[in-house]
Ligand binder design. Sequence first.
Ligand SMILES: Nc1ncnc2c1ncn2[C@@H]1O[C@H](COP(=O)(O)OP(=O)(O)OP(=O)(O)O)[C@@H](O)[C@H]1O
Ligand SMILES: [Mg+2]
Length: 314
Amino acid sequence: MISSITLNPCLDRTVYVDKLLCYDTNRILKVEIDAGGKGINCSRMIRELGSETTALAFFGGEAGDYVKFVLDRQGVGSVVVPTVSETRTNVCIEESTGKPPTTLNERGGPIEHKELVEFFERAKDLARESSYMVLGGSVPLGVNPDVKNVLVQIAKAGGAKAVLDADGDAFTEGVKARPFMIKPNIDEAQRLLGKTLESKSDVARAALQLSELGIELVIISLGKQGAIACYEGSIYDATTPKVEPKSTIGSGDSLIAGVVCGLERGLPIEDCLALGCAAGAATALSDGTDIGKKDDVDRLLPEARVTKIEVTKV
Ligand SMILES: Nc1ncnc2c1ncn2[C@@H]1O[C@H](COP(=O)(O)OP(=O)(O)OP(=O)(O)O)[C@@H](O)[C@H]1O
Ligand SMILES: [Mg+2]
């Protein structure tokens, strides 16, 4: 079973407007409400792809109840740690112009010490039942960024392969515990390494450098340019299917879901990366914070091409 961990889930409220007018009154055409947070998105795509998954998350108040309801409806198992603070609501504004969405994200939390202690206990239980444990997303108020390091260690101690998706200090701290897999996008990889990556060769060398820290699978995602991966000393260039993107929110989580589903099914790494890219592209095709649909993933999969490439170290 593949589990996911979300410290900072959210209720996503997407509002559609013709054109966003700042400092003026906007008429809303349509509102959609959904469950979100990186681990939760990842579990939803894993379920969409037909694998079993359980999401562990903090939930508080009515927004928390709603997120739990969405998971139940989609057949995603959940382990809930209740919080005194209300689950945050993130607002996404989508224009009819087709321009990228504007998002307004709450910080989330604060989390109390005893809530975090309970969370770690539930994570330990879940790790023992999981083949892979995906640790995704931001850290709420009241929780130290080294929480990702602790969670990677919990996953490994329970016998699960830890998959880390984070940014900033939380990412740096988590990487120190040597997860099985990381999936930064290019900006996150640049921040982690403290250098600019200008070409695909730079990205490939960066993936190799990160793998040498003891991370078995490093995937650096490049949006519509696909992804570069380093696995067992080899570098792979994954071309993503061409789509007319509507909103790429959640594409990274979908890429992780596809790759991890493939790994759990014992597929060769090339097929895992292709499934990841097809899932990421399917989510880029979907509106707002929606994740892609299985039919789109199946249709796009033959267009995802993965090739092994040579890289010279500098
Ligand atoms: N415009 C696009 N066209 C086709 N595929 C896309 C597009 N955007 C993203 N993808 C697919 O999704 C994968 C992940 O996307 P991206 O690199 O944007 O992740 P991300 O920045 O981590 O996203 P997020 O954190 O918002 O989920 C890419 O490697 C690619 O396969
Ligand atoms: Mg991401």
